[in-house]
Design a protein around this ligand. Structure first.
Ligand code: NAI
Length: 373
């Protein structure tokens, strides 16, 4: 089966690699031979690591399945599944989808890896709208098991089923996002956690270290909230949260994120974020002592996430088990967020959300409460 990966950057080269590892023939497109060469050398480095771990048996064989090309026509012609991983610009994506509709195999799947653009709007730009779907991989695609599979209002069952088969064959875990909502599942959960944490910081209710320590050591999250923002990039979160807000997500983007975005304090990549790093792109784990979080109740920032999970369930956007899978595989939580909330007690969850409403005065918290009734 011919898979076309359009855009060979951070995500595209990884998606091309995992597709080739699963046995697909992959055509990987980007604007220039230079970019493609760099993508191929990143793929080779990663495959060598997998080889050393015994995951890949024959690096050259996998490489031989990937054909880099600077011709969009060549990449798309006769492809049976396309994954577009071009820049997050609607016009760029629409142009690719229009060409893909014409050049690829009739009826084949046309998927986008967008983080924040509406899948439905991309589908609206072509005639056979039912072929379009979101396949949202996580960074790095070589290691992250989760793929959010997002239906637009037009996506056919055939497109969905073929996409699920593809994700399974990559040995990844698909969660189905039945409605094309801003932020899908993982970014919606994360937006609640990050905004709540940031609001408490702005209100001087708790310090960054207190919050980070408490979520790590009391809830077992893999990273502190601000630690994660720095690690993945304050800019990345700011832009996704802003796009979500612009599309109707009920919640403000915390002003501190905006300020840091404007000041280019993106975290590890700029050497300065919520924490400081030895230099640009040089990662040193921030020191977050266990005792620092003793006096802070991490459920204040986790409860809104549970509220969001209930929003997703009550609006029939995602199932409870898919939300739990997404929070474990996408965010590295020790248990699913709904399960954690149920074990903590939904009355306690509501109580913390009410407290957040009191502390911040934000209406998003009273809005969330109704979904827990
Ligand atoms: P990137 O900037 O690393 O890669 C984009 C690639 O597209 C570049 O190599 C660029 O040369 C190429 N490109 C530019 N114009 C193009 C065109 N007209 N046609 C085809 N390719 C073109 O971006 P990244 O991070 O890989 O993001 C790609 C997509 O994946 C975006 O939609 C983004 O929202 C999404 N995404 C990104 C994640 C991340 O953590 N970086 C995670 C999940 C999704």
């Amino acid at each position: 089966m011919k898979v076309a990966v359009i855009g060979a950057g951070t995500m595209g080269h990884g998606i091309a690699q995992v597709s080739a590892m699963a046995g697909y023939d992959v055509w990987m497109y980007d604007l220039s031979q230079e970019i493609l060469n760099s993508a191929m050398s990143r793929i080779r480095d990663s495959l060598n690591k997998f080889y050393a771990k015994g995951v890949v048996k024959d690096v050259e064989q996998v490489i031989s399945r990937i054909r880099p090309t600077a011709s969009l026509e060549e990449a798309l012609s006769g492809s049976e599944l396309m994954i577009e991983a071009s820049p997050e610009i609607l016009e760029v994506k629409v142009d690719i989808f229009r060409k893909a509709e014409r050049l690829s195999e009739r009826g084949s799947v046309l998927a986008t890896n967008t983080s924040s653009l509406p899948i439905t709007e991309i589908a609206d730009s072509i005639n056979e709208k039912g072929r379009v779907i979101g396949l949202h991989f996580f960074n790095p695609p070589q290691l992250m098991k989760l793929v959010e599979v997002i239906k637009s209002v037009y996506t056919t069952d055939e497109t969905l089923n073929r996409s699920l088969d593809f994700v399974n064959r990559l040995s990844k875990k698909a969660v189905i996002v039945k409605k094309d909502v801003p932020g899908f599942v993982v970014n919606r959960l994360l937006a609640r956690l990050m905004n709540a944490s940031c609001q408490l910081l702005e209100k001087n209710y708790a310090s960054m270290i207190e919050i980070d320590s408490a979520v790590k050591y009391k809830l077992g999250f893999p990273m502190g909230v601000f630690e994660l923002a720095d690690y993945s990039g304050v800019d990345v979160f700011y832009l996704v949260f802003k796009a979500m807000k612009d599309r109707g997500f009920r919640g403000d983007v915390c002003p501190t994120f905006e300020k840091m975005f404007t000041e280019k304090k993106f975290g590890v990549k700029t050497g300065e974020g919520f924490y400081s790093y030895p230099g640009k792109g040089i990662y040193k784990k921030p020191e977050i002592p266990k005792e620092a979080g003793t006096g802070f109740d991490p459920w204040l920032v986790a409860a809104p996430e549970v509220g969001e999970a209930f929003w997703l369930m009550k609006t029939d956007t995602a199932s409870e088990s898919d939300i739990d899978t997404a929070s474990m595989l996408g965010l590295g939580y020790p248990k699913g967020i709904v399960q954690m909330g149920r074990e903590f007690g939904l009355e306690n969850v509501k109580d913390r959300i009410k407290k957040m409403a009191e502390i911040t005065g934000k209406e998003e918290y009273s809005y969330l409460l109704q979904f827990l009734e």
